[in-house]
Design a protein around this ligand. Sequence first.
Ligand code: DGJ
Length: 329
Amino acid sequence: MKTISSVVSLCAVAAVLLGRPATAAETFKPGEVWPDDRGQHIQAHGGGILKLGDTYYWFGEDRAQNNQRGLRYVSCYSSTNLAHWTFRNQVVKLADPENLGRGWILERPKVFYNAATKKFVMYAHIDNGTYKVASVAVLTSDTVDGDYQYLKTFRPLGHESRDIGQFVDDDGAAYLIFEDRPFGFRIATLSKDYLTVETEVCLIPEHMEGGAVVHYNGLYYALGSALTGWNPNPNKFATAKSLAGPWSEFKDIALPEKNTYGSQSSMMVKIVGTKATTVIFLGDIWKPRTQWDSRYLWMPLEIGDGKLALPEPHAWTLDIKTGEASVKK
Ligand code: DGJ
């Protein structure tokens, strides 16, 4: 019978043979090409992360150059350490479902898992080429990386909705964040089956997109970007004791002249480890003319006591078990 220590040393030998150090910390290189297990740059732009057990799934816009013109694609990748990603499937390959016309868009997909119905429910921003439809599309699948089936398009609670974000609180409650151009950004609960948006929790009267929320040490932190299309701008954050507010004033997450280091917010992911809790900023470095080559800026945030700062991007490591992150300077 194998002892635990012999299994552990076998793992260490295997890690060395595979060319990876036996340490549990993995390295992230913000802004660089990020190859998946096939060696292809990850296509998960404007994305979101879903955690099931110990596995993380990353969904995002697949803008690969060889995609078919009129279709819109979402890809799904999996990882147990957030650094090395396995391509699972192009989970959405959709032809214009609402006759939106040439240049229709499907952006910022976010997937929720509904434990009651056992369905995976995807929300995405759906629009025509001039962004006037301002609605969400809902697609579902029985498996996390299956082919998601288009269900419907609607305006959440009757409001305009462009960029969307997802937030799942520590108690499991699921929220959609959406940008309602005339008013600001809204946070709303999903219905029991997640197939519709049910109740507004708050309207933050700030004109921001790329909305993201995290619950950290008893405080909610919301952040987003200004409305400058594909161009980066100084992203800002606010805090509140309750999701319903009142929310503090918005403040810069980095020196404003740095323009969020060329990125735009997409999500914040909280890693609760055995030794530390790390909140990661997930941002997109858009390349509007070569979208397939858009990059990712993932950095651990300096967060706590109502403060939040995005440090200057450098390579950094994360130990997914302990939750410890360390920026290499
Ligand atoms: C900014 C949004 O955040 C992106 O998702 C995309 O919709 C661009 N605008 C389009 O200009």
